[in-house]
Ligand binder design. Structure first.
Ligand code: GDP
Ligand code: MG
Length: 437
């Protein structure tokens, strides 16, 4: 899926402690590929990734502590923009306001007509009327009546009238005569795009001049949804899109493509069969969903939870006083372990990322490191300089590791302490250079 692909693209960054121009390029390339795979228009995908790249390099991503996080944010912001930026409202300026539903059979027009009527009644204190213009299937008229009864909204229908155009007009007239300020016209669809359906819906539109002509589309139909949207838009030049069936696992890749191809706002989404399952479409939320941000965001949250500022301050003091020892090292390791997902998180540890990277860390690689540290006495832990050859031998024996491994750990530790001191003492620039190698 698109979200998996984007996840993968962003994953490239998650493992990096810093972003270089090279991995910005690498990531944006992956993002672009993911968009192309989802049938987003080539030009749009290219523009999209160019904007992401520009922003990433422009915002000095190189200097932030959590470049991956910032990169995700940039991608998310751009994706939000691509899907329409702000939520766009529904035009209710008419008296009555006429809202016309269009879309294929089974896309969810009748259900959405009911949901929208319910929403406008409850949230906007409107007095809507539903109009049944699906004249081909008697069951369709029954269905709208069931929906209307459920939400307490009257339904205008005329089983004698087989002409949807005059039915729609009669419905609007009925609304005017009965004080309804909103008219929602439910129409017939077909299983596939055909001339007759298009002509019919266009005729209804011309007859009642709706404030809103909405195109309803099943988000589970993927690329077909995009083609259908284009076909309807070519004929109707509709005002907005309704994405239905966004409940369950559907992640909404269609939203990007549709918005890109027809350039009309997505106004609402349907998230279930119940009348309450309607939401205003918020591009930012959809971007979250598409990015599978659950993942990324919680990762970031976990990292922030664990590395709380208090701890960080304490650590800084110790480093400043030259008192950073193996106990602190151990504490860091334990914090890292609490967060899980080792490799992804390496880059998020300020300063430590590079030093630990040398250990070629696997999730259980810490076991050995911990064993070695546990075999040290408290004094040895806080004063690692006291570790002479015989002490090292004892530690190796106690932990069941080799002398080489003990030496290796000491080397890493010293390297890390050095780096941390450098970070403290105005050596930030030098530090950055080191980290970028
Ligand atoms: P229409 O032919 O365009 O009028 O489509 P319907 O409103 O009759 O909907 C077709 C089917 O999709 C029905 O079984 C609805 O219950 C179902 N449906 C509509 N909207 C949603 C939605 O947002 N989520 C889910 N899960 N089902 C929906
Ligand atoms: Mg229907």
């Amino acid at each position: 899926s698109l979200s998996e692909k984007l996840d993968k693209a962003l994953h490239v960054l998650k493992g990096h402690g810093q972003i270089t121009e090279i991995n910005v390029a690498e990531t944006t390339k992956e993002v672009r590929r993911a968009l192309l795979d989802a049938d987003v228009n080539f030009k749009i995908a290219k523009e999209f990734t160019n904007r992401v790249k520009e922003k990433a390099l422009g915002q000095n991503v190189l200097k932030t502590l959590q470049p991956g996080q910032l990169m995700v944010k940039i991608v998310k912001d751009e994706l939000t923009e691509l899907m329409g930026g702000d939520a766009s409202g529904i035009n209710l300026s008419g008296s009555p306001s006429v809202i016309l539903m269009s879309g294929l059979q089974g896309s969810g027009k009748t259900t959405f007509s009911g949901k929208l009527a319910n929403y406008l009644k409850k949230k906007k204190s409107k007095n809507p009327l539903l109009v049944a213009c699906d004249v081909y299937r008697p069951a369709a008229i029954d269905q709208l009546h069931v929906v209307g009864d459920q939400i307490g909204v009257p339904v205008f229908s005329d089983r004698e009238n087989q002409d949807p155009v005059s039915l729609a007009k009669a419905g609007v007239a009925h609304a005017k005569a009965n004080g309804h300020n909103v008219v929602i016209i439910d129409t017939a669809g077909r299983l596939a795009v055909d001339e007759q359906m298009m002509t019919e819906i266009a005729n209804i539109r011309d007859a009642v001049s709706p404030q809103e002509t909405l195109f309803v589309v099943d988000s589970m139909t993927g690329q077909d949804a995009v083609n259908t949207a284009k076909a309807f838009n070519d004929v109707l030049d509709f005002d907005g899109v309704i994405l239905t069936k966004l409940d369950g696992d559907t992640r909404g890749g269609a939203a990007i493509s549709i918005k890109s191809v027809v350039n009309k706002p997505i106004k609402f989404i349907g998230t279930g069969e119940k009348m309450e399952a309607i939401d205003v479409f918020y591009p930012a939320r959809m971007a979250d969903r598409i990015l599978g941000m659950g993942d990324v965001v919680s990762l970031v949250e976990r990292a922030q939870e664990q590395f709380d500022e208090e701890e960080a301050r304490k650590l800084q003091k110790k480093i400043a006083k030259n008192k950073f020892g193996f106990d602190d090292f151990l504490k860091q390791i334990q914090q890292i372990k609490k967060m899980g997902n080792m490799k992804d998180l390496m880059g998020m540890i300020p300063g430590a990322g590079k030093a630990l990277k040398g250990l070629d860390i696997e999730d259980d690689a810490f076991k050995h490191v911990e064993a070695i540290i546990y075999s040290m006495t408290p004094e040895e832990r806080s004063n690692p300089t006291t570790l002479n050859a015989s002490r090292k031998k004892r530690i190796a024996k106690g932990s069941g590791r080799s002398i080489q491994e003990v030496n290796q750990l000491l080397k890493q530790f010293n390297q890390m302490s050095k780096m941390m001191k450098m970070m403290q003492g105005g050596g930030g620039k030098k530090m950055m250079q080191m980290m970028q190698n």
